[in-house]
Design a protein around this ligand. Structure first.
Ligand SMILES: O=C(O)C1=N[C@H](C(=O)O)C[C@H](O)C1
Length: 291
């Protein structure tokens, strides 16, 4: 299981490849994962936003976890697997987290419950129940997707729960992380906003869960390592080399641009997404093909 002290560095949220008919494309997944695991990343996230969690069935998540374990074993490496188990329903979140534990996940990524607009107390209770499953939890704050924002007080209380080992912060600004750091919170916070990765490291983030790190993975690792080692100029120049890519990857809904680039590079057979997401526009295809 993932330990709090190992929540650092570059975690890569994997895509869920689909064939043209919309079925899970297992062959592409294995090929893409084999390639990704040539890099020295600190963890994988299955069934996150980048994995199109809202459209992936639990049986498919199960299949992806098993396939991932096989690829990892074949390569003779060890790398933690974090599985997205969060829904907007506490009971199903707990059930999925228990199932993820049973199939050997190392931690669960649990999004703030969306749609229902729960109170801060309701959000805290959601995490309290999930944390009781015994699978380490990374809470995931992403207000532009969930339409609720956790306060610094609630974030601090969530992070104080036994079993919560960290937080992924995609809140769009540094207010939350700086408030938590000012309060002396020591549990790790991972950046979930690719464009702000270096800025977040400066604020005390322990690393990032970054869709863009599926591409140019080495430069993300370099940014993290140089920053960690105090070489801020080298970290800045590594990160500067990534900003154009990051900007393009988020011009249309993630993971559509990423899937297009992965298929353009031959790592996936197709850039198929499940509705309501659609493949990227022709305009963005033209831009991506020359970056
Ligand atoms: O899949 C994820 O985890 C990520 N989700 C963010 C989003 O699209 O909201 C982006 C981040 O890079 C990784």
């Amino acid at each position: 299981m993932l330990r709090e002290e190992d929540v650092r560095g570059i975690f890569v949220p994997v895509v869920t490849p689909f064939s043209m008919n919309g079925d899970l494309d297992e062959e592409s997944y294995d090929r893409y994962l084999e390639n990704l695991l040539t890099h020295d990343i600190q963890g994988l996230v299955i069934n996150g936003t980048t994995g199109e969690a809202p459209t992936v069935l639990w049986e498919e998540v199960h299949n992806l976890v098993c396939r991932t374990k096989s690829v990892i074993a074949r390569k003779g490496i060890s790398i933690p697997i974090v599985v997205g188990t969060g829904t907007n329903d506490t009971r199903s979140t707990v059930e999925r987290t228990v199932l993820a534990k049973e199939i050997g996940a190392d931690a669960a990524l649990i999004v703030v419950p969306y749609y229902s607009r729960p109170s801060q107390a309701g959000i805290l209770e959601h995490y309290r129940r999930a944390a009781q499953t015994g699978l380490p939890i990374i809470a995931y704050e992403v207000p532009y997707r969930t339409s609720v924002r956790i306060s610094a007080d609630t974030a601090e209380e969530i992070l104080a729960l036994d079993g919560v080992i960290g937080m992924k912060d995609s809140s769009g600004g540094t207010e939350l992380i700086s408030a938590l750091k000012q309060r002396g919170v020591t549990k790790p916070i991972l950046c979930g906003e690719d464009a702000y990765f270096l800025g977040w490291l400066r604020q005390g983030a322990a690393g990032g869960i970054l869709a863009a790190a599926n591409l140019r993975t080495e430069m993300f690792i370099e940014t993290y390592r140089q920053f960690r080692d105090g070489n801020t100029a080298l970290a800045t120049s590594a990160f500067d080399s990534l900003t154009q890519l990051i900007d393009h990857l988020f011009r249309e809904s993630n993971p559509a641009p990423l899937k297009w680039l992965l298929s353009h590079q031959g790592l996936l057979d197709s850039d198929t997404l499940r509705l309501p997401l659609l493949p990227i526009s022709e305009g963005l295809r033209n831009q991506l093909s020359v970056i």
